[in-house]
Design a protein around this ligand. Structure first.
Ligand code: PA5
Length: 448
């Protein structure tokens, strides 16, 4: 079986023609070249393009050593971060960890928990309660170092950790991943002497999973980061501008989704048939939503977990407004085998499946869904992953990142900025009466 991911857009061809797709090949190639020669919009944020080939074994060994030190000390590691500073790690950790591992008493790796991605008071109380009496550490990830949600969570968790193990020991259990020279987190980490990792200036949050932002937490979770990077490296080669359009998965995906968009398919749903991929979709939504949703255009990105959501959103997908297309992450082979048992009484009527793998049932659900949705007017793109392992997930990450850059250029936007996320922050600071926001406070209060 091939170890390489595959793209199948044949089930979009009733909605767009191969000729229409081929007609866009040159634009996709040009967009890919523009990324590589750095002549396009947002060209100061292209560091991610060559991360897989430029990260060295020494870099990876250093990250692994830090991860091992925390693994040795901590039952729990809390990842503090939001958006691009946490979704990539969570996507990979969830996809590659045993679903119930965190509930086990005897564990090989620390439990990874998340904070700083919300401002829920109950969440923080419940988290700190859970941490009572446990040996824990913190990775604080913030490129700007000033984002409110993680800063607030870190302030609380740092104080809890210091109360629990003392200030000196706490320092050895905190790692900061931030800017090389600026920001509140950089200043704090330098003063306290925390171990620091740098988020390169030219890598934006949503493209940062293959930097220490993602690699450190992923290594702490016991996942092979060298395999992850090797998978990404393979796709870096396979999606290079020199690879013809007919073989270039990222160029093809970028073109097909833009052609569907032109035909009125304004919403793309990323579907999976494995609950472990839920957070992969969350990462993907940020990647595409934040990269393309601007200048009053861009596909809206949504996600569904099948088969669960076939019993809820399935109705809308089958018969709602015909403005959607579906991209399915299809896992060719599960990591485990479980056969449906025979039951003497057969009261549930399932003996016709006895002796078959559960995955066979899942695959028939997937195929049946594809046929139903395409019949119902929903074009279907399939990304086939050979098996859920670090090598495949590394490929998937780079495939989607590269396609996102190309797709943004095809659409004509700057895929590497996110001016729209500032609006809520400005209002929040004004409402909180943050020093420096006096004028905004006055103005917003008049509107209430
Ligand atoms: O992709 C992005 O740029 C954002 O999602 C950021 O990663 C997110 O807002 C967190 O920012 P920071 O890492 O500066 O705390």
């Amino acid at each position: 079986m091939s170890k390489v991911i595959r793209l199948d857009y044949s089930k979009t061809l009733g909605f767009v023609s191969q000729a229409e797709i081929n007609a866009q090949a040159a634009l996709a190639k040009k967009s890919n070249e523009t990324l590589h020669n750095g002549s396009g919009k947002g060209n100061d944020f292209l560091g991610w393009l060559t991360l897989p080939s430029s990260i060295t074994d020494a870099d990876l060994n250093d990250i692994q050593a830090t991860a091992d030190a925390l693994r040795a000390k901590c039952e729990v590691v809390v990842l503090v971060g939001i958006g691009g500073s946490y979704l990539g790690s969570r996507a990979v950790i969830d996809a590659l960890s045993s679903s119930f591992d965190w509930l086990q008493k005897e564990r090989k790796s620390p439990v990874i928990l998340y904070a700083g991605n919300n401002i829920g008071e109950d969440y923080l109380v419940e988290l700190t309660e859970y941490l009572q009496g446990k040996s824990f550490g913190i990775i604080n990830i913030s490129k700007s170092g000033t984002t409110t949600e993680p800063a607030l969570a870190f302030r609380i968790l740092k104080s809890e950790l210091e109360k629990s193990v003392g200030k000196e020991e706490a320092k050895s259990r905190i790692v900061a991943v931030t800017d090389a020279a600026r920001g509140a987190l950089f200043t704090l980490a330098t003063k306290e002497g925390y171990k620091k990792y740098v988020i390169p200036d030219n890598v934006g949050g949503r493209f940062s999973v293959l930097t220490p932002v993602g690699l450190l937490p992923i290594a702490i979770a016991g996942i092979d980061i060298k395999e992850l990077v090797a998978g990404a490296r393979l796709l870096e080669e396979k999606t290079a501008p020199s690879v013809p359009f007919e073989e270039n998965l990222s160029e093809q995906y970028a073109v097909v989704r833009n052609e569907l968009y032109k035909k009125g398919k304004k919403i793309e749903i990323l579907a999976n048939f494995h609950p472990k991929l839920h957070y992969f979709a969350e990462w993907w939504k940020q990647l595409y939503g934040e990269s393309e949703g601007k200048d009053n255009k861009g596909i809206f990105n949504a996600s569904v977990d099948f088969t669960a959501d076939l019993h809820s959103m399935g109705q809308w997908i089958q018969e709602g407004e015909r403005s959607i297309f579906e991209t399915v992450i299809s896992v060719a082979k599960p990591n485990h085998s479980f056969l449906v048992p025979t039951d003497e009484e057969n009261l549930d009527g399932l003996n016709f499946l006895a002796g078959k793998n559960v995955d066979y049932v899942n695959k028939m659900a997937e195929l049946g869904t594809q046929i139903a949705h395409v019949d119902g007017g929903v074009p279907n793109i399939k990304v086939v992953v050979p098996v859920l392992n670090a090598y495949s997930i590394g490929q998937l990450i780079y495939f989607f990142e590269k396609a996102c850059g190309i797709s943004g250029y095809i659409l004509g936007v700057n895929p590497f900025d996110q001016p729209g996320v500032e609006a809520y922050k400005k209002n929040m600071f004004a409402l909180l009466e943050k020093p420096g926001y006096e004028k905004e406070t006055e103005a917003i209060k008049k509107r209430l």
